[in-house]
Ligand binder design. Structure first.
Ligand code: CAA
Length: 404
């Protein structure tokens, strides 16, 4: 059997975000902006805000734990963690996650970086791994905290979250096709030097570079695949803010012959695909996959056998367009109720609480501890740093609460 004849793709997909959010109306009132600019202009309603004892490790472990618990017999041979809010220059955040999840010691673990694109790098590498090792699975986790400086244009486009995907042979949810088109260009639209907590971003320029990279990937993909716009049921895009997905669709339609009915169907699918993003906000590497999850869990009709196009963009920049076909019976393998409960039970912050959480910077110093009872988290907590080592625990195993 040739490697290309093995069907690989997303076998399970799960998501987690912080327990807190701020409504963008509250933000708008306090920074002196019209709420409609955020609600209509950016198409964002709420954004997740992370407390001090939540970070990319706890978000990632929370996202993946359901998959690991419900699929105990899958042999996970590799864990690929994509992030651009890294917590260490050397040690992979995936190693902490691996321990928290209790995975087999016989597993490769690595962290990947290329802005919002690295989750996609992980997913496509995972597919290649499974093609080579069809009896094993790969766990891919895209996890990020999108945090910008307050009182900047980027402030309403923050958020946080992690999406975990189990990649296996004969996947239950989305078969990923082999043909992809990648594009790279050395540009400075968004970056975070090692000495900074928040990234620097040239906002308007970044949206133009994103759209240009989309066009380049799309043109190349057409040459490689012979598919046209009409062959897709829906198109999903990296979602730094939800309006961007519509801008991306408009860009593709500019140079394509697509009739009004099909275009409006694409718009309608985007609405279903941004339902989660609009109340979570940007979660960088996880945003495209949160959008995929949103479509899978909120589509008004069955997606079985439908072809989806996915565009991943990471500033700096690397982008890639690829496609997947939704599998028959996929809906039985989703964790829809759990995700919707998680989202609906989040705690709303007022502006002062948001500012306090945003500005809290436990990572800045050694011997900084987070009182574990002060904030609500999922199943895992970041409890503090001592001797320059980060400490994580399962919440039900936390035996002590540090004094702040
Ligand atoms: N009612 C309705 N709409 C309004 C409005 C009102 N009262 N006031 C303004 N608007 C509309 C504007 O017309 C505009 O719409 P269009 O884009 O369709 O023209 C929209 O609201 C935004 O308004 P501005 O252009 O004035 O926005 P801004 O200058 O305040 O900043 C931003 C917008 C540049 C996206 C900024 O939020 C930002 O820098 N965000 C971070 C960077 C980013 O997300 N870039 C995306 C590409 S890079 C990437 O994708 C990687 C990543 O994840 C970061």
């Amino acid at each position: 059997m040739s490697l290309n004849s093995i069907t690989v793709g997303i076998d399970r997909i799960s998501f987690s975000t912080s327990q807190y959010y701020i409504d963008l109306r509250t933000l708008a009132e306090n920074v002196g902006t019209c709420a409609q600019k955020y609600y209509q202009g950016l198409r964002q309603q709420k954004m997740s805000v992370t407390p001090p004892n939540e970070d990319i490790v706890t978000l990632a472990a929370n996202a993946a734990q359901t998959i690991v618990a419900t699929e105990p017999n899958k042999h996970i041979g590799i864990l690929l963690l994509g992030t651009e809010s890294s917590i260490d220059q050397s040690k992979s955040a995936g190693v902490y996650v691996h321990r928290l999840l209790g995975l087999s010691k016989y597993c490769r673990v690595v962290e990947l970086k290329q802005a919002c694109y690295s989750g996609t790098a992980g997913l496509l590498m995972a597919c290649d791994f499974v093609r080579q090792n069809p009896d094993q699975s790969a766990l891919v986790i895209a996890t990020d905290i999108a945090r910008y400086e307050r009182n900047t244009p980027a402030e309403p486009t923050q958020g946080s979250g992690a999406v975990a995907m189990l990649v296996s042979a004969n996947p239950k949810i989305l078969e990923i096709a082999g043909t992809t088109s990648a594009y790279v260009d050395d540009v400075m639209d968004f970056w975070r030097p090692n000495y900074r907590r928040e990234p620097l971003v040239d906002g308007k320029y970044s949206t133009n570079v994103y759209l240009d990279a989309l066009q380049k990937c799309w043109e190349r993909f057409k040459q490689l695949s012979e598919l046209s716009l009409n062959d897709y049921y829906s198109l999903l895009f990296h979602v730094p803010f939800c309006k961007m997905a519509h801008k991306a669709l408009n860009k593709l339609a500019e140079n394509e012959s697509v009739d009004e009915k099909k275009f409006s169907a694409f718009q309608n699918k985007i609405e279903q695909a941004i339902q989660y993003n609009t109340i979570v906000g940007n979660c960088y590497t996880a945003s495209l996959y949160l959008s995929l999850l949103s479509l899978l869990e909120n589509a008004e009709e069955s997606l079985a056998k439908k072809r989806i196009g996915l565009f991943s963009y990471g500033s700096g920049c690397t982008a890639e367009f690829f496609t997947g076909v939704v599998q028959e019976g996929y809906h039985q393998y989703l964790y829809r109720d759990m995700h919707q409960k998680h989202l609906s039970e989040r705690i709303e912050l007022n502006y002062e609480q948001y500012v306090k959480m945003h500005d809290h910077h436990v990572n800045a110093k050694d011997n900084a501890f987070v009182p574990t009872g002060d904030y609500s988290v999922g199943s895992f907590a970041f409890v503090g740093i001592n001797s320059h080592q980060r400490h994580y625990q399962a919440v039900d195993e936390v035996e002590y609460a540090y004094a702040g």
